[in-house]
Write a protein that binds this ligand. Structure first.
Ligand code: NI
Length: 251
């Protein structure tokens, strides 16, 4: 049994969400945590968790929304996180991949949402791309928060810093890519620090790279992790599921 701790489900990407969820269940994906990261996807996530028992959500404004997110949006976010099936805030964080001209705005939005997580004692799901140092600086300001470093792809050293601050590493399809060094991180941190995620519809694992992703492919990620750690796939499923239940306080 698996939990996909981070995926995006939206009618923008999938014609038939009933079918996607049915296929995921047929492939042993028991629960999925969908991530709403913008006004529209947050709205849609709330509708979906209401409709499907197996779905939970984390919501929060992604750094790509930093220029357009208003105080009203943040006030609405605070109201929306009162929903019991909202299990965390995110994905929030910093993304300097396409430039950091608005880095102060990004940091400000990130901090405001970290404060919200602190106020309601919710875990956070962090998106950090080409912004490791600034991300660490922000996380340090919130020593009581725990969370998920979504789609982790940094060094062993960075992984250990995040883990020491109470974060798990979200490991997805990238670990199956032939040119990825992520296996070294997996080896160094061990299964107790890992959450499985697909980040569907993106980052499809091998051997389906290039196709649209969905949670049904999560076993290919688990298989690769099992191989790296020399343990069986079932154990990868069990421990990462336990990790997810604990972090997101799933019932
Ligand atoms: Ni994502």
């Amino acid at each position: 049994m698996f939990i996909d701790t981070h995926c995006h489900i939206s009618t923008e990407d999938y014609d038939n969400i009933d079918l996607i969820i049915k296929e995921n269940k047929e492939n042993n994906v028991d629960k999925m945590i969908i991530s709403g990261y913008s006004r529209n996807t947050i709205k849609e996530s709330l509708k979906l968790i209401d409709k499907y028992d197996c779905l939970y959500a984390t919501i929060g404004y992604h750094p790509s929304e930093a220029d357009i997110t208003t105080e009203d949006d943040l006030n609405n976010l605070e109201k929306m996180i009162q929903n019991k099936k909202i299990v965390g805030i995110g994905e929030i964080g910093l993304d300097y991949h396409y430039g950091n001209e608005n880095k102060n705005k990004q940091i400000e939005l990130f901090i405001k949402q970290m404060k919200l997580a602190e106020k309601y004692n919710l875990p956070v799901v962090i998106h950090s791309r080409d912004a490791t140092q600034d991300t660490i600086e922000v996380l340090k300001k919130f020593p009581n928060l725990v969370g998920d470093m979504h789609c982790f792809s940094g060094s062993i050293e960075t992984a250990k810093i995040y883990i020491s601050m109470g974060y798990k590493l979200g490991i997805g399809g990238v670990v199956t890519f032939k040119n990825s060094n992520l296996y070294q991180v997996v080896q160094a941190v061990g299964i107790d620090n890992i959450l499985l995620e697909t980040d569907a519809p993106y980052l499809t694992p091998e051997p389906f790279r290039g196709k649209i992703n969905s949670s049904k492919y999560i076993s290919y990620i688990a298989k690769r992790i099992a191989q790296i750690l020399n343990i069986d796939e079932e154990k990868v499923g069990k421990i990462t599921t336990d990790n997810a239940y604990t972090l997101f306080d799933l019932k």
